[in-house]
Each structure stands twice: as structure tokens, then as C-alpha cells.
Design a binder for this molecule. Structure first.
Ligand code: HPA
Ligand code: ZN
Length: 319
């Protein structure tokens, strides 16, 4: 029995397995510049975040209808449930779809067709977190938030993702203020490729409750002390960090140091179709490669529920 856990850093578009990409491409008549699943998998050799994002956005072209988004989310729920996930807080990137002519309603309604029955179908409760693309303008983020207003009963929070360098959190102050006024929870990617200052801005300017990645906090001991003192969760993604070359090898990953520093760390899969494993695989990999004890693994699983946007009763049921 895999350890029950929550997954808090998961991009639904990053769960698009090559086989499903080909199936959807055929169903929708979308040409793919890869002849076979093997050719596509061979392209999963990334040198940094941007080289991954280029392929990740390219493949979103196959997602066109509500049914496509439903199938994508259903496939994730099945894999996640098999690896012990009881609760998932799932990112989606509306601008990656609206900018190529797919309506926000198609995305949200399609995802919801699978997620809304996730507890019954797979024993997985879910929340949706709508991410703004930080390499798009602040105005575009605001337009996206306005367009999402009819769907806010299905959206728990907002996040910030895509290319980090040169796109500081402070650029999105206004849209985060508007999101807070609408009662949305707030998270942001920070300190994946960007400097510790971006983590401070995410906390102080955007008012985030969790930091996605946050790896580079280690360069700033005062920031580490603050994150520990304030019990700010980090949603770490060790396999992603290896594949996008934030660390050289998994054995070099600073997860043990972050735990030793008293941080509320969680372990997540980020874009599992691209980075070589779902969250249970990630737990296995950090156990085997970083030598984490069973107690440490249980701490990580417990942290995932503590850091989730669940109320007390929901949290007890999910564990
Ligand atoms: N980092 C930033 N943006 C992303 C990622 C990531 O790992 N995956 C999908 N969008
Ligand atoms: Zn991410």
C-alpha cells in the first residue's frame, strides 16, 4: 500500500503522456511534428526550464475539446490514485489555451467533468488552481481573472508559472490583490530558476500561502529562517529539478538540508509525463537516492495534508 499523500504541485498539462498526445492529435486532426511516440519521448531531453516549456506549450495544441480535458484529468486521477494520492491541488494554465483559441469554459468544464467525480471514481479529492503565465503581461493575467469569474465555484486559488527569470512576482501585484478580494487562495512558483528575492516578493507582494519550488531559498539563510519560523510550505519537485537541471543529479538535491532546516517541505511531481515519474515514484526515488528514513517519508506525507487547502474535517478524511 503506497503511503497516503496529497499532491500540491501538479500541472495538469504536464500529465499529457505521449500516447494520449498521439490519440488526441488523431482525434482532433492536429498534426504533430513527431512520427512516433518514441520520437516524441526522445525530445524529452531538456537543458533548462525554457527548453521544457517550449515542448509543453507545443503539445497543448492537441487539447481542443471538453472531452480532451476530461480525458487528460481522468488519466491523471487514475495514475495518482494508484500511487497513494488522496487529494490533489491541480494547476492549469488558461492562457496556454485561450491564446490558441480554446475558450476558458472548455478547459474548466472539461477538467471538472473528471475532477468533480474524482472522489467517487478514484478516491481523490481535488482543488483547481488557475495559474497566470508570468511571461505574459500583467494585463493578460487580469483579463484571465475576469474571464474566470463565472467559474469561481470550481477554482480554489491562483498561481504563477512559466518562465521565471526576468518576470518577478511583483509584476503581478494587482491581479493577486484582485484574486484575494475574490476569496481565492494564493500560491506562486518562485526560486526555481529565479533568485531568493523572488521568493520574498511572492510572500510580501503577492501574499502567497505556499511557495512552489522555493529551492533557491537556500542561498539566503535569513529567508530559510523566515520560511521555517512562519511555517510556509514549499512544494518541492525533485525529479523536475533534475530534468530541468536546477540540480546536477538527484543525489545532489537539497531536500534533506531543507528538512533539517525545519522547513515544511512537500514532495510533488510537477509535470510527471515529462520528468520521469508520478508522486509515488518521486517518494521512492528520494527514499532510494537521498536515503530518507521511513519517518522522513511519513513527515513529507503528513506535510502534504497540512499544507493543502483542506479544512480540518476534509483533511482527516483524506489522510
Ligand atoms: N515551472 C514553471 N512553469 C511551469 C512548470 C515548471 O516546472 N511546469 C509547467 N509550467
Ligand atoms: Zn511547476
Amino acid at each position: 500500500m503506497p503511503l497516503p499523500k496529497a499532491e500540491l504541485h501538479l500541472h495538469i498539462e504536464g500529465t499529457l503522456e505521449p500516447e494520449l498526445a498521439f490519440e488526441l492529435a488523431a482525434r482532433n486532426g492536429v498534426p504533430l511534428p513527431y512520427a512516433t511516440v518514441g520520437d516524441l519521448r526522445a525530445a524529452y531531453d531538456f537543458k533548462d526550464l525554457q527548453s521544457f516549456l517550449d515542448l509543453y506549450y507545443e503539445l497543448t495544441a492537441v487539447l481542443r475539446t471538453e472531452r480532451d480535458f476530461e480525458d487528460l484529468a481522468d488519466a491523471y486521477l487514475a495514475r495518482a490514485a494508484a500511487q497513494g494520492v488522496r487529494h490533489a491541488e491541480i494547476f492549469f494554465d488558461p492562457q496556454a489555451h485561450t491564446r490558441r483559441g480554446v475558450a476558458l469554459g472548455t478547459v474548466v468544464e472539461g477538467l471538472w467533468r473528471a475532477l468533480g467525480r474524482g472522489e467517487d471514481s478514484h478516491g481523490v479529492s481535488t482543488r483547481l488552481i488557475m495559474c497566470f503565465l508570468r511571461d505574459e503581461s500583467a494585463e493578460s493575467a487580469l483579463e484571465t481573472l475576469r474571464a474566470a469569474e463565472p467559474y469561481l465555484d470550481r477554482i480554489a486559488g491562483v498561481g504563477l508559472d512559466s518562465a521565471e527569470a526576468g518576470h518577478p512576482p511583483a509584476k503581478f501585484r494587482e491581479v493577486y490583490e484582485a484574486a484575494a478580494a475574490l476569496g481565492l487562495r494564493r500560491v506562486a512558483h518562485a526560486g526555481e530558476e529565479g533568485p531568493p528575492e523572488y521568493i520574498r516578493q511572492a510572500l510580501d507582494v503577492l501574499g502567497v500561502e505556499r511557495v512552489d519550488h522555493g529551492l533557491r531559498c537556500l542561498e539566503d539563510p535569513e529567508l530559510v529562517a523566515r520560511l521555517a519560523r512562519e511555517r510556509i510550505p514549499l512544494t518541492l519537485c525533485p525529479l523536475s529539478n533534475v530534468r530541468l537541471r536546477a540540480v546536477d543529479t538527484l543525489a545532489d538535491h537539497p531536500l534533506p538540508a531543507l528538512l533539517d532546516a525545519g522547513l515544511l517541505c512537500t514532495v510533488n511531481s510537477d509535470d510527471p509525463a515529462y520528468f520521469g515519474g508520478y508522486v509515488g515514484d518521486t517518494f521512492d526515488a528520494v527514499r532510494d537516492t537521498l536515503g530518507l528514513t521511513e519517518d522522513r517519508l511519513r513527515e513529507l506525507a503528513r506535510n502534504s495534508f497540512l499544507a493543502a487547502f483542506l479544512d480540518h474535517d476534509e483533511e482527516r478524511r483524506a489522510r
